[in-house]
Design a protein around this ligand. Structure first.
Ligand code: EPZ
Length: 418
């Protein structure tokens, strides 16, 4: 299995270009099932999760051409011949469940394995199913599968008990052909929701209010493929901002939307990190001392849960005590045990982690338990004495394209070994 070998690195210097957003390109690829004719998706990141999504859509009947040099995917979904998603793909990537809404809207049936839990939580899909039922679908859950059938879908008002990103996306896609109007109340407002709605509207959908907690979808007759450029990955950008801060470096991060990074910029400034928004991108200058801060993860525009683990690496080197409260997922402290093996002083109490800053971490063998936990181990390894060996790095490759190459280009002492 491949590993990452990381040694203490000098302050990072230089420019890094952020890739397209994983959490935007995945729902946009499933949404292409709704359109007749070809769609061209631009700035597609080269990720393991996109490979899995490509396999899934091809299994359903889509024809896909992925030019990794031009970072473009051309997808044509005129003859969708299959309505069942295979277990071996869904079990690898929960986002596969996002094909349910488009299949239901397009061919009025779908059969998807119930996505299992993962390292960070049980990850139920009850809100997705509540939305599909409200639109008139019959839902059958048996032997680990969810089946949904409908003669027709009729618009309805749906209230989400939690502003779930995936449920908002799945219901929005299921509603594009429904008769009449659908309103999703307490909808998620993440930038990726807006990006998906922009793509759907460019295909001919009639969706208003994406980015607010009330989204109105007026049913239309058909959608046609179009070209769409994916927004930059705000979590990859945040990860590099922490890399610049923790190594006391001076880096310029290009291809970012500052507006999507407000909570991360605010928290870094609270830590006394210098963050300068320029017209070329965001410049991050780390300082000798990092001030401890408290963090509470919340749905957007609050501090993103996906940045909790990477930011904890910075706080483990801060002066003083920080408290991190994870309110979105019930088990998203898997990285803490590994950080403690590197010398971090962290105590977990329920959904809170109390971090006493230390001035030294020491490299050792550690394991990536999930995507963002893996990123946090890399960030800590950049400033830890001795050498850090990170295994199970396939988790990291799911959501970060060429992370070690991008870091090495900034001066990091990092290499991938088979
Ligand atoms: C999306 O997951 C992202 N994944 C996650 O990113 C991200 O952490 C999460 O949103 C929150 O921002 C993709 O976009 C592919 P949710 P999703 O539905 O849609 C509960 C990463 O690292 N919930 O907003 O699964 C759920 O248990 C990944 O890139 C229900 O109870 O997140 C969780 O506690 C990790 N019932 C909370 O809502 C439901 O039907 C947030 O989940 C659905 C969700």
């Amino acid at each position: 299995m491949a590993k990452l070998i990381i040694k203490k690195s000098p302050p990072l210097k230089g420019t890094v270009k952020i890739s397209g957003s994983k959490n935007s390109v995945l729902p946009i690829l499933t949404a292409s099932l709704l359109g007749q004719g070809k769609s061209k998706i631009l700035d597609v990141p080269d990720l393991k999760d996109v490979v899995i999504m490509q396999d899934l859509l091809q299994h359903l009947g889509a024809s896909i051409k992925w030019d990794k040099v031009k970072k473009e995917i051309e997808i044509e979904t005129d003859n969708i011949k299959e309505y069942e998603a295979p277990y071996e793909l869904v079990s690898k990537m929960r986002a596969s469940f996002l094909v349910m809404g488009p299949l239901l809207a397009r061919i009025k049936k779908a059969k998807i394995p119930l996505p299992g839990g993962c390292a960070i939580g049980s990850r139920p899909v009850d809100l997705h199913l509540k939305g599909f039922s409200a639109l008139g679908a019959e839902i059958i859950q048996e032997n680990g599968y969810v089946e949904a059938y409908a003669d027709k879908l009729v618009g309805n008002k749906i209230y989400l008990d939690f502003p779930s990103v995936g449920a908002t996306e799945n219901i929005m896609m299921a509603a594009v052909y429904a008769e009449g109007t659908t309103i999703i109340e307490n909808a998620a407002v993440e930038p990726e929701i807006v990006d998906l709605a922009n793509y759907l509207n460019a295909m001919g959908a009639d969706i208003r209010g994406a980015g607010t907690d009330s989204i109105k979808i007026n049913g239309v007759k058909n959608l046609t493929g179009t070209s769409h450029c994916v927004i930059p990955d705000r979590i990859e950008a945040g990860t590099f901002m922490v890399a610049g801060a923790i190594t006391r470096g001076d880096i310029l991060i290009e291809n970012v939307v500052s507006d999507h990074l407000k909570p991360i910029i605010a928290k870094l400034k609270e830590c006394r990190v210098e963050v300068i928004e320029t017209d070329k991108g965001i410049r991050v200058c780390g300082k000798d001392s990092i001030k401890s801060v408290d963090i509470k993860t919340l749905p957007y525009p609050g501090f993103p849960t996906d940045m909790q683990a990477p930011f904890m690496s910075l706080l483990s080197m801060a002066e003083g005590t920080s408290v991190v409260i994870e309110t979105v997922f019930e088990n998203r402290f898997m990285h803490v045990g590994e950080l403690k093996r590197m010398g971090a002083k962290i105590k977990i109490e329920g959904r809170s982690a109390i971090i006493d800053g230390v001035n030294k971490l020491t490299g050792t063998q550690v394991r990536a338990t999930d995507l963002r936990a893996g990123a946090s181990l890399i960030l800590s390894a950049l400033v830890a004495d001795k050498t850090t060996e990170i295994s199970d790095i396939y988790h990291i490759e799911r959501g970060y394209s060429e992370l070690e190459k991008k870091l090495a280009a900034l001066g990091a002492n990092i290499e991938k070994v088979k």
